[in-house]
Design a protein around this ligand. Structure first.
Ligand SMILES: Cc1cc2nc3c(=O)[nH]c(=O)nc-3n(C[C@H](O)[C@H](O)[C@H](O)COP(=O)(O)O)c2cc1C
Length: 178
């Protein structure tokens, strides 16, 4: 197999960890949405999710101040809103209004669910010890919602530089992992 050197900043695109998600927050009565692909599962129960939120993002301030957020999982039908929420800042744009997304009350956190997303995970910060060093937050999922009528959610996966992979074929294998 002939290989060439890959620029180091492009390594992340080979290890994309899961679907692109929309992180919603609410701070001082202002709801906001940020697109996020740098997240990882860390534990089954309680479910822990690690994620990197840049300190330059409006979301960083809201999440740090409120300690709460919702991870909303969109499908390919929402791709243009996903990109729009990643290309704009809540400091200047009301993204729910601008991109036609609907906020819904969550049960256990102040941050809103995004109605159009097929699943929503209400989260509280469980650990911020690595936030100062890496902008890394460990979130605990305290409530989870799913639209079971969608039995083939076609999530989108970031490959870098405006390239996305859409979830497709499902295969069954004899894996023992839950
Ligand atoms: C596909 C995609 C994935 C992204 N992933 C992340 C991420 O994991 N962490 C992050 O801090 N920003 C990420 N961003 C950038 C933020 O979404 C972007 O900076 C956004 O404008 C922040 O919004 P805010 O200022 O309202 O918080 C991503 C953007 C896109 C388009």
């Amino acid at each position: 197999m002939a290989k060439e050197a890959l620029p180091l900043p492009d390594a992340y695109a080979l290890l994309e960890p899961g679907p692109v998600v929309l992180l919603s927050t609410a701070h001082k009565g202002k709801p906001n949405i940020m697109t996020m692909s740098w997240h990882t599962m860390m534990e089954f129960e309680p479910p822990l999710v690690g994620c990197v939120v840049s300190g330059n993002n409006f979301t960083f301030r809201a999440l740090s101040a409120t300690q709460q957020c919702v991870i909303n999982i969109p499908t390919v039908e929402l791709s243009s809103q996903v990109v729009d929420c990643g290309n704009t800042s809540g400091s200047t744009v009301d993204k729910f209004e601008a991109f036609g997304l609907t906020p819904m009350d969550a049960e256990l956190v102040e941050a809103p669910l995004i109605a159009e997303c097929y699943a929503n995970l209400e989260c509280r910060i469980a650990d911020d010890q690595l936030t100062g060093r890496y902008n890394f937050f460990v979130l605990e999922v305290v409530k989870a919602w799913i639209d079971r009528s969608n039995d083939n959610p076609r999530t989108i996966h970031h490959r870098g530089y405006g390239t996305f992979m859409v979830a497709g074929e499902t295969i069954k294998l004899p894996s023992k992992m839950r």
